[in-house]
Design a protein. Structure first.
Length: 623
């Protein structure tokens, strides 16, 4: 994955500055083994590394530039300059011409850094779609320090080491630390479509790209379907690197579509990779095989074992700069490992399709409540709710009990209603967490973050806002880092054709009623691909890439020992109540191994991350 890092502001002597920059850069390259380019001038320094050896830094005496990813310049002159001198050189010219306004003329997958040699001025830009390359930063009396991986900032003497208790609470709520917060006090991360201006010790973040506005008309379906196929095919073609590219293939609609298009473009069987599980309800390899046969891919499979999970748990904590609790890192890593063993350097994934074309079951669930919200509020609150909820003995009548449950859920405004599944909401923070820890927490912050993302689109209905919120919180903070970091750990890279700028812009033009017809998910998507994808895949239920961790934990001694040790360590940190951890193990053993196994995974990953990243000072900050 690599990326860039740097700082604006004096660190010490030239040798001390070079040493700090070198340590920061090694945090970026420790897994993929790429070589970092470094550049220093005056009180500023940058370093960048790319696994495919593209030029990533440039300087003109007054300014330094660093680039991660593949920025594409709208201006033809800048595009030509980038082709001649590299994107970092073109970036310097763009800054000379337009300053921060340059961000509006850059597309693609990128993160950008520009620093004045005197250390007084800097500009950081994250890409506009789902923050595909994250940017972390910290500003203080000693200047600005930044990197595409938050843990690289720990090497700078001006960065604080303490953990942020609020970030740990947010992790327990979301199972990730959502931007703009980071796990470290004083360190923030750019949201998608934002940039940071730094000047004379002051930093400000502003938005330069808003979520696309929803379609207001209803174009002819046939034309939309043709355009979708063309744009997605072109996105796959742009991502393809001949001889070096393969595909994740879960057997779902998104990965199958990408694999099929890549095979057509390559004109030969392309490598595809799937993970199987010897556990009821988890194995979807049969669908991946259907897609592989349909498109004639060079298909590879690996059946995961409990030992694989136990071995990977500490490594997940090692590669993620923030605590990360998505258990589907395991299949993602082993797909990438298989690819690397075959010499594949780039894997294409189907991530983003759900959030662009309404593929998650939670969207249909929330659609069920829309009729209730259309009833006039005085009628709901003044008549229906009192009669239905106040009737004595109603919970003993099945239909009344079901109606009450519906009304209670429908009465919760969006997007708060989407979070009823979270363990902290269901169990109660007081039950799970220590009082001293909770006293330092703003419990409303997770919901406030969701509300801000929900309200960011200037217009649009429930589905459009839900998709936009998921692009930021689910995709940018969870799904993309999962795949990118696991590929990094395995020594490969990843591309996301569905997140190509043209595909995202096209998706915004598809009316909401086409994306989801009633509660039918992916209505437009499946219609557009009905003669391309196998019918078994078009009709299969939504599954995902979870692992049978909770099931295996009940029977595998190695996993059990690792979990008990991790939870015992977490219980001594003053965050989670030890009594709750003991109760949790009992609930897993006696009630529902799969459901409680997810929470156990989240807590184990927190403890593993703290063991690797928390110093004496940082551990004390959580108490």
């Amino acid at each position: 994955m690599s990326g860039f890092c740097g700082f604006a502001g004096p660190v010490g002597t030239a040798d001390e500055s070079a040493d700090v920059l070198g340590r920061m850069a090694r945090r970026l390259t420790r897994f993929d083994g790429s070589r970092a380019e470094t550049l220093a001038s005056g009180a500023a320094a940058v370093a960048a590394a790319s696994p495919d050896a593209r030029p990533s830094v440039a300087g003109d005496g007054d300014r330094l530039a660093a680039v991660a990813g593949r920025p594409e310049f709208d201006d033809p002159d800048l595009a030509a300059l980038a082709a001649e001198r590299g994107a970092a050189g073109a970036l310097l010219e763009a800054w000379r011409r337009g300053g921060p306004e340059l961000a509006r003329g850059v597309r693609g997958t990128f993160a950008l850094a520009l620093v004045h040699a005197g250390g007084r001025e800097a500009l950081l830009v994250g890409d506009r779609i789902a923050g595909r390359i994250p940017v972390a930063w910290s500003a203080g009396p000693r200047g600005l320090v930044f990197a595409t991986a938050a843990d690289a900032l720990e090497e700078h003497p001006g960065s604080r080491a303490e953990l942020d208790p609020q970030a740990l609470y947010d992790y327990l709520y979301f199972h990730v630390v959502p931007a703009p917060r980071s796990a470290r006090l004083g360190v923030a991360r750019l949201l998608p479509g934002t940039l940071l201006r730094y000047r004379d010790g002051h930093a400000s973040v502003e938005r330069y790209a808003d979520p696309p506005e929803p379609a207001t008309d209803a174009p002819a379906l046939a034309g939309l379907e043709r355009e979708f196929r063309e744009r997605l095919r072109e996105a796959v073609r742009r991502a393809h690197e001949p001889g070096r590219t393969g595909c994740f293939l879960s057997g779902g609609t998104d990965s199958s579509t990408v694999a099929g298009l890549l095979t057509e473009i390559a004109g030969e069987p392309v490598p595809t990779f799937s993970i199987g599980f010897d556990a009821p309800g988890y194995d979807e390899v049969s669908y991946a095989r259907i897609a592989a046969r349909r498109f004639g891919t060079d298909h590879h499979e690996y059946y995961l074992r409990p030992d694989d999970v136990a071995a990977l748990i500490p490594r997940v904590a090692e590669v993620h700069p923030e605590p990360f609790g998505n258990e589907s890192v395991v299949p993602a890593f082993h797909c990438a490992r298989m690819a690397r063993e075959l010499g594949i350097e780039l894997l294409l994934g189907g991530d983003g399709g759900d959030e662009l074309f309404a593929g998650n079951t939670r969207y249909a669930k929330q659609r069920v409540f829309e009729p209730w919200t259309r009833i006039p509020r005085p009628l709901r609150r003044g008549l229906i709710e009192p009669l239905l909820l106040g009737a004595p003995g109603g919970d003993r009548v099945p239909l009344v009990r079901k109606a009450r449950s519906y009304v209670r859920q429908a009465a919760i405004p969006m997007p708060d209603r989407t979070q009823g599944w979270t363990y902290l909401e269901r169990l109660g923070a007081e039950v799970m967490l220590e009082p001293e820890f909770l006293a330092r927490i703003d419990r409303d912050e997770p919901r406030r973050l969701l509300r801000e993302a929900w309200s960011r689109p200037a217009s649009g209905g429930m589905l459009h806002r839900y998709l936009a919120m998921d692009m930021q919180v689910t995709l940018a903070d969870n799904d993309l880092p999962k795949v990118a970091r696991m590929c990094e750990l395995a020594g490969t890279r990843v591309g996301f054709p569905f997140l190509d700028d043209d595909v995202v812009a096209f998706a915004a033009r598809v009316p909401e009623r086409y994306k989801m017809r009633g509660t039918q998910l992916r209505w437009f998507f499946k219609r557009a691909l009905r003669d391309f994808l196998p019918p078994e895949i078009l009709t299969k239920p939504k599954h995902g890439m979870g692992t049978p961790f909770g099931i295996w934990l009940a029977t595998h001694d190695g996993l059990g020992e690792l979990v008990r040790d991790s939870l015992a360590g977490l219980g001594r940190r003053g965050i989670v109540r030890p009594a709750f951890l003991e109760r949790l193990l009992g609930l897993h053993r006696d009630e529902h191994a799969v459901y409680w196994g997810v929470l156990i995974w989240v807590l184990v990953q927190l403890e593993q991350w703290l063991r690797l990243h928390a110093t004496t000072r940082t551990a004390a900050a959580a108490r």
